[in-house]
Every structure is written in C-alpha cells, then in structure tokens.
Design a protein around this ligand. Structure first.
Ligand code: NAG
Ligand code: NAG
Ligand code: CU
Length: 240
C-alpha cells in the first residue's frame, strides 16, 4: 500500500522531483568502444578521470548563456583521456536521468546539437571557452512533430557519425540537449552541453578550420527565436 502523503510532504516530493528531473550522458560509444559518463550526483568520483568525458558538477542545466559553463557544462573539468576515432566513426550517445539511478532522460522537447572544435594542443588541457566550434549534427522534430529527444526519454540512444572528410587531429566534441519545456519565458530554456575529448586519425592532414564557427559563450542568445519559444504551441502530445 502506498503511504499517504500529507500536503506538506507532497509539496516537498514534487519539489524534489523537479530538482532532479535532469541528467547527463550515461554512456558514449565510438566504433563499439564504450565509455561511461561520470555522475558525481550518483556517487561517481573518479580521481583522476582517465576517460574522455569531461565531468560536470551536477545533473542540472546551464541556464545562463553568458556563463563559461555553456561551453562544456556546469563547472566542467578537464579529463585525462581521449576517445580514438576516425572520419565517419559511429557515435552512440545514451543519456540518463541521473538522480534516479539508471533512470531515463526526463525531457522530450527541444533539439540535440553536436559540435566539434580542434583543440589547440592537447585536448586534456584545452578550455572549451577558447574553441571555435563547427556544428556536425542537429536533431529536431520528426515528421510526426515529436522530437528526437523523446527517444532518449524512451530509453533509446542517439546515433550519428563523424564527418567522413574530417581531418586528423585532436578535437573536443560538444554534444548538447536544449530542453525547451520551460522556454516560453526568457531564461527558461535548459542547456545540457557535454564535452568529450577525441583523437581522430586516418583523416586528411588539412588544418584549415571550417568557415562557419561559433564560440560558447556567444553562439546563443536568450531571445533567439529557437531558445525563447513556447514549445507547447507546437502542439505536442506529451510535454516535459
Ligand atoms: C575555462 O575557462 C573559464 C573562463 O575563464 C573558467 O571559468 C573555467 O574554470 C575554465 N575551465 C577549466 C577546466 O579550467
Ligand atoms: C503556449 O501555448 C499554449 C498552446 O498554444 C497556450 O495554451 C499557452 O497559453 C501559451 N503560453 C504562453 C506563456 O504564451
Ligand atoms: Cu531537467
């Protein structure tokens, strides 16, 4: 039998579920090799972190687009490792609602963006705020109006490939969910950027940067039409 919650307790329970209705990358796989995300809010505290995924401080979102956190996530730390890849590598991203252990990602509205930037020197000491990012992928809505982000909520991974013409080099990969469920007011959108340190071999030796690069902070503004948006006016069946 379920315990009956008195109204004050009910309020607290709802409050807590809001606080923890966030998450991060649970697993990242490149060409079959899997790396685990680091979730300090789940008790993970690898020290040193020899994996390629930069550890963030909490499972919460970045809200301030002027903060350095928009580059790689809340108080993102350098990681000690790099993930080996090649042009065209198959990437798999699994997200979790980390707060309920091994739970699914909790939101289903808003795009998933993936950027890369050449590290100047080793990625293990390269700050994402100094990067010139180019976008390699974006996943928005499907034909039926639902968002690819909903696949993560259903426990499914997001898959994509590195560009096939990517030159060799050390890169930061910036994989980001923009959750728009509260985005009807300025500052309501939730940003969940994650950075992964990669070494690409077997590509060309060009060091020419793509023409269109952006910086974080800088690329997004709180009033951008895709950032301040009433996503429920898009007529979605369920909305979180
Ligand atoms: C990256 O630079 C920002 C802005 O200067 C700083 O706040 C942050 O601590 C730096 N990150 C690391 C891991 O040093
Ligand atoms: C957002 O859109 C929904 C559906 O069209 C509407 O009911 C709601 O009032 C809108 N919210 C705001 C803040 O405009
Ligand atoms: Cu959230």
């Amino acid at each position: 039998m379920w315990p009956r919650l008195s109204p004050p307790l009910l309020t607290i329970a709802i409050f807590i579920s809001n606080v923890y209705a966030h998450g991060g990358i649970a697993k990242f796989t490149v060409d079959g090799k899997q790396y685990k995300g680091i979730a300090p809010w789940e008790g993970d505290s690898p020290s040193p972190n020899n994996g390629p995924i930069r550890q963030v401080a909490t499972n919460g979102p970045v809200k301030d687009l002027k903060s350095a956190d928009i580059a790689c996530g809340l108080d993102a730390q350098f990681a000690g490792g790099v993930a080996d890849a090649k042009p065209g590598s198959a990437l798999v991203f699994e997200w979790g609602n980390i707060g309920s252990k091994d739970g699914a990602w909790p939101h289903n509205v808003g795009p998933i963006m993936t950027y890369m930037a050449l590290c100047k020197g080793s990625c293990t000491k390269f700050n994402g705020t100094d990067a010139q990012w180019f976008k390699i992928d974006q996943l928005g809505q499907k034909k039926d109006g639902t968002w690819y982000q909903g696949d993560l909520m259903a426990g499914k991974p997001i898959t994509l490939s590195l560009p096939t013409d990517l030159p060799s080099g050390d890169y930061l990969l910036r994989h980001e969910i923009i959750a728009l469920h509260l985005a009807e007011s300025v500052g309501g959108a939730e940003f969940y950027p994650n950075c992964i340190q990669m070494r690409v071999t077997g590509g060309g030796s060009s060091t020419k940067q793509p023409d269109n690069t952006v910086s974080f902070p800088g690329a997004y503004k709180a009033n951008d039409p895709g950032i301040r948006i009433n996503a429920s006016s898009l007529g979605l069946p369920q909305f979180y």
